[in-house]
Design a protein around this ligand. Structure first.
Ligand code: BES
Ligand code: MN
Ligand code: ZN
Length: 506
């Protein structure tokens, strides 16, 4: 979908439909909504008066214009209570409005920039959020369906309308940023939704390479033999049950103006392209969702794309240990002991706790490179889903300063995080009789003991771990999420990189 910005009055917009909005509890519409209401002989005010429409969040009122305006239809989208208004509500209202208009067959849609008027939000930020919400909310993964099943209904063009010429520049910049944020997220969603028979570790590496080439980034893929030489034993242990060759994908973006100085962010993402559990095999029900066990890997690759497109003055490396986790005659067994790149040994009690094994090596690799900060993203534990559901990503750290910045980035992107603790005492649960640690710590505090294991592989590098097991896939369409992959943490990582470019942090 094309997004354009026009310095134009709403009432003169010539397309199929117009989007305006209303805060809950407002009896007399103001601003642009008022102008449209007037043109429609008070239809919006009448619907409010008759309590057909209250402006509740995501509530919709679809009106026909009968020639009173150049457009055929007007959609009024509810923004909820003004006191509760946020940037994230702009994203979700924009998504809900556009999905509804797509369903009713609109092709060219004009929209006011929610929040930029009575909402009191800076026009550029509001335009960014409207664009992000629109593109993310209209996303579909239809490549394996007959096109006639959905493609006849598509919105081709969204026009952001603003009368005040002084705001146009900011709005254009905002819309540009919104597109980059959304397209990066969509790149991740596409990889996560792709079935595991197509999206193998090799295919993941190919997609990383394509992305890197298109943006002029450096890309390197370590093969099994390279990994053997480097002692990347924990990843190789997981990979030994599969015929698909494992890959360790490394993509670097260099945005810093001066060499050496300033931050180099390391983003490590779990890249299990299918998790059957291995010898500790999972129950078959719901196992198909485990094609998405590389969502962390997809997120870190996609974040680098966004950061490069924004040309942020910061260096970032994405590292994705990628393999399948399958049972076979060559598969790793419970009781096996593997050695990670930093020499530490891990007893594999349960082959289904494979994410922490491959991340151990991914984190070692990042820290060896000399990144100044490391954030890992992983669909790591069912325990995290039990603790936080699918609303919030679990966050863990040994560095409160970096955690504060990750939380702020989450806030800015509308991605909810919740910090869980990493007390020393939890480490007791992963003590092994035979190795430096074991890969499971029992039923209690499962998300935390997984994070405790990871902490052994970051040395002194400031580190945050993000467990997206609950947030990487959505069960239904809601706001700018659509059923299936969400692209969780892509926008948070991009915002984090933006924060690292701000002068105050040096
Ligand atoms: N990929 C799973 C975690 C997961 C569960 C992701 C549900 C998304 C949704 C991970 O590899 C796993 O199997 N974890 C085990 C660990 C256990 C064996 C200690 C789990 O959480 O059950
Ligand atoms: Mn597993
Ligand atoms: Zn897994």
């Amino acid at each position: 979908m094309e997004v354009e910005v026009k310095a134009q009055d709403l009432l003169s917009y010539e397309g199929d439909a117009l989007i305006v909005n209303l805060f809950e509890g407002v009896n007399q519409p103001g601003g642009a909504t008022r102008a449209v209401d007037k043109a429609l002989a008070g239809s919006i005010a009448a619907a409010i008066r008759r309590q057909e429409f209250k402006g509740k969040l995501h509530e919709r009122l679809l009106l026909h214009t009968f020639g009173r305006l150049p457009v055929e239809q007007v959609l009024v989208i509810g923004l909820g209570k003004q006191e509760a208004f946020t940037l994230d509500r702009i994203r979700s209202a924009s998504a809900e409005a556009l999905r509804h208009l797509r369903d009713v067959g609109a092709g060219r849609v004009g929209s006011i920039i929610h929040g930029a008027g009575a909402g009191g939000i800076e026009a550029g930020q509001a335009a960014c959020a409207v664009t992000e919400g629109a593109l993310l909310g209209l996303y579909r993964f239809g490549k394996y369906k007959k096109p006639e099943d959905h493609e006849e209904k598509a919105i081709q063009k969204l026009t952001l309308l603003e009368r005040d010429r002084a705001k146009i520049r900011a709005i254009q910049d905002g819309a540009h940023r919104g597109r980059i944020l959304a397209e990066a997220t969509i790149l991740a969603r596409d990889m996560v939704n792709e079935p595991a028979n197509t999206l193998t570790p090799s295919e993941l590496a190919d997609r990383a390479r394509k992305m890197a080439r298109a943006l002029g980034l450096t890309v390197k893929t370590l093969e099994r033999a390279d990994m053997k030489k480097l002692g990347i034993g924990a990843l190789l242990g997981v990979a030994q049950g599969s015929e698909e060759p494992p890959k360790l994908i490394v993509v670097t973006y260099k945005g810093k103006k001066r060499k050496g100085k300033g931050p180099h962010l390391g983003f490590v993402g779990k890249g299990i392209t299918f998790d059957s559990g291995g010898i500790s095999i999972k129950p078959s029900e719901g196992m198909e969702a485990m094609k998405g066990d590389m969502a962390g890997g997809a997120a870190v690759l996609a974040a680098v794309k966004g950061i490069a497109e924004l040309k942020l003055p910061v260096d970032v490396t994405a590292i994705v240990p990628a393999t399948e986790n399958l049972p076979s005659g060559t598969a790793q067994r419970p009781g096996d002991i593997v050695k990670a790149m930093n020499g530490k040994t891990i007893e594999v009690i349960n082959t289904d706790a494979e994410g922490r094994l491959i991340l151990a090596d991914g984190l070692c690799y990042a820290c060896d490179m000399g990144v100044t900060h490391v954030v890992d993203v992983a669909t790591l534990t069912g325990a995290c889903v039990v603790a936080l559901g699918s609303l919030r990503t679990g966050a863990f750290t040994t560095d409160p300063g970096l955690m504060r910045r990750v939380k702020e980035a989450g806030e800015a992107s509308g991605e909810k995080l919740w910090e869980l603790p990493l007390d020393d005492e939890y480490g007791e649960q992963i003590k092994s009789d035979y190795a430096d640690m074991k890969n499971v710590g029992g039923r209690k505090a499962g998300a935390i003991t997984a994070a405790k294991l990871l902490a052994n592989f970051v040395g002194k590098t400031p580190w945050v771990h993000l467990d997206i097991a609950g947030t990487s896939q959505a069960e239904k369409d809601q706001g700018y999420q659509v059923k299936g992959a969400t692209g969780a943490m892509v926008r948070t990582l991009i915002h984090l990189a933006m924060d690292f470019t701000a002068a105050r942090h040096g």
